[in-house]
Design a protein around this ligand. Structure first.
Ligand code: ATP
Ligand code: MG
Length: 313
């Protein structure tokens, strides 16, 4: 199975209102509640593709119970924490305004128990996906510890993180890292849009990542891997909601690693699947006809050397 890790899952609430007014009181017209968190989005896309998937992470309180109830029909093995899992509230009035709770504070004991729980789950895992933010209390090298454990167990691991957790995680040597443009720029300490993303991706490999899949919104992605570098893009930008397109990309990468798909095919597949996530209004879901169409259309092009040229070192 593909094991997805969501350390800070959320009850994702969407409120539909007529017009959002700052300092106003609103009649909420529609309420939708879904399980949220990037690892759960990845799991949902994999499930839609018929791939065997299991979800783990940390969960707690009444909100945690609601999230688990919404996951009831899916295999999951979350570890309990004493605190209460977060809610993420999006107010939609045509445009979207978000309110993200921080999540529960995880104690050192809870984090130690989770690491033992995770190590046990590695036994049955073909691929591990680590994605999303860390709740308060989980150390910045939390993902690095999980990467190290997965590597020790011989399970390929994909990391989709930002900031310090990304920095530490890369150094632990994950097989695949998936930054978007701003995460890669921040990692390289260049302004977004500045710098050469190939050079940044090659540098990330030399810092420990096995392969770097740098996504670039509607411009597609570039991949710098041990077997070479490729780029691929959708034939044209797809209209819709790009939130969660990166999660669909990670789902494609996880499936490809599990099946040993060669990189050029995998890169093209990831572009097709993530574009099909844009067509869908909510994160964690792909539009299968769009995917089927784009899978036959998108091709990866070779894009230069994978190694760091000596002058960059
Ligand atoms: N408008 C679009 N049309 C077609 N494909 C898109 C579009 N936006 C994104 N994609 C595809 O989705 C991939 C991931 O997008 P992006 O770089 O925005 O990820 P992200 O910021 O990590 O997303 P998130 O974290 O919200 O899931 C891109 O590499 C591209 O292939
Ligand atoms: Mg992302």
């Amino acid at each position: 199975v593909i094991l997805t890790v969501t350390l800070n899952p959320a009850l994702d609430l969407t409120y539909g209102v007529d017009t959002l007014v700052r300092h106003g009181t609103h009649r909420v017209r529609t309420v939708a509640a879904r399980p949220g968190g990037k690892g759960l989005n990845v799991a949902r896309v994999l499930h839609q593709l018929g791939e065997p998937v299991g979800a783990t992470g940390l969960i707690g309180g009444g909100t945690g119970a609601e999230i688990l109830a919404l996951l009831a029909d899916r295999p999951h093995a979350f570890a309990p924490v004493a605190g209460t899992s977060r809610r993420t509230v999006t107010v939609v009035d045509g445009d979207a305004t978000g309110f993200w709770e921080p999540g529960p504070t995880v104690t050192p004991g809870e984090w130690a128990s989770f690491r033992a729980h995770f190590a046990a789950l590695l036994d049955g895992a073909d691929v591990v996906v680590l994605s999303g933010s860390l709740p308060p209390g989980v150390p910045a090298d939390g993902y690095a510890a999980l990467v190290t454990a997965a590597r020790a167990a011989g399970v390929p691991v994909i990391l989709d993180a930002d900031g310090e957790p990304l920095r530490h995680g890369v150094a632990a040597g994950p097989d695949v890292v998936k930054p978007n443009a701003s995460e890669l720029a921040a990692w390289w300490r260049t302004p977004p849009g500045g710098g050469d993303p190939y050079a940044a991706a090659r540098r990330m490999r030399s810092a420990g990542a096995g392969a770097v899949i740098a996504t670039r919104g509607a411009a597609g992605l570039l991949a710098v891997t041990p077997d070479g570098a490729w780029r691929a893009a959708p034939p044209q930008p797809v209209p819709g909601n790009p939130t969660g397109a990166g999660d669909a990309c990670v789902a494609a990468l996880a499936r490809g690693l599990r099946h040993g798909t060669p990189w050029p095919q995998l890169v093209a597949d990831a572009v097709a699947l993530s574009a099909a996530a844009v067509t869908e209004p909510v994160a964690g879901s792909v539009h299968l006809p769009t995917y089927a169409h784009l899978r036959d259309t998108v091709v990866a092009e070779a894009a230069g050397p994978a190694a760091v040229p000596t002058e960059e070192c």
